[in-house]
Design a protein around this ligand. Structure first.
Ligand code: DX5
Ligand code: ZN
Length: 228
């Protein structure tokens, strides 16, 4: 993965599905490098979203890197299906993977990058043994399941800790934050250690989506200059 950091990843969960192509085109206009796809199964999280067909449709509208976030039980059963429709990266939750190391290997076998996500109540230590093989760690800043929730403040401290763990290990994974990221907090999220910012409602609820993406990116860039 060779992207200029920080990366803004609009989450299609908050887009208007009746005009998905147009919504994605607005992201393309703003030169969006990543698009985030939230897959929910109604078991691991209380909500149901969309599946591989939707990801395939989204991919046909963009050249952006498809960042697929699986909030589902038994994710191994679906890795191939999402890779086949064009996922460039699959992120699984630590909480759903009793054999996390093997699951990461399964993702890599598809020739794509692998992320591991952590709920707000899961200790960073739970993924320490796989930090040398993952490409990305997703720190949830809300309890997964819904867009439009408020950012949980303890995330800043977790980001700083994770960045320190990465430095100490000399590891190369990216740090992604997901949930409640907006114009007011994005600078601080980046200065706390995030490389990739997922934003759903902050992007798609805006009147002018390309302009909002640019504004979020500017603020993220400003945060990069003030790393704490
Ligand atoms: C939450 C999802 C998020 C969600 C973010 O379970 O993983 O990606 O779409 O939405 P906002 O930015 O509205 O909090
Ligand atoms: Zn997500």
């Amino acid at each position: 993965m060779d992207f200029k950091l920080p990366i803004l990843a609009p989450s299609l969960l908050a887009s208007d599905y009746t005009k998905l192509g147009e919504e994605i085109e607005k992201c393309n206009q703003a030169d969006t490098k990543w698009l985030h796809c939230d897959i929910m199964d109604g078991h691991f999280v209380p909500n149901i979203s969309f599946g591989p067909k939707f990801v395939e449709a989204a991919g046909s509208c963009t050249e952006a890197f498809l960042d697929v976030h699986l909030m589902i039980e038994k994710p191994d059963q679906y890795i191939e299906a999402f890779a086949d429709v064009g996922a460039n990266q699959i992120t699984v939750h630590q909480e759903t993977c009793p054999h996390l190391h093997r699951t990461i290997q399964n993702i890599h076998q598809q020739g794509i990058t692998a992320g591991v996500a952590l709920n707000p109540a899961t200790s960073l230590q739970a993924i320490e043994p796989v930090l040398d093989i993952v490409d990305l760690v997703l720190v949830m800043s809300v309890n997964p399941g819904f867009g439009g929730q408020s950012f949980i403040e303890h995330t800043y401290g977790r980001l700083q800790k994770l960045r320190k763990m990465r430095d100490e290990l000399g590891a190369g994974f990216l740090i992604e934050v997901d949930g409640g990221v907006n114009l007011d907090n994005i600078s601080k999220v980046v200065s706390s250690g995030a490389d990739v910012l997922v934003a759903g409602s902050a992007v798609f609820n805006a009147k002018n989506i390309p302009k909002r993406i640019e504004n979020l990116r500017e603020k993220a860039q400003a945060g990069k200059g003030t790393m704490v």
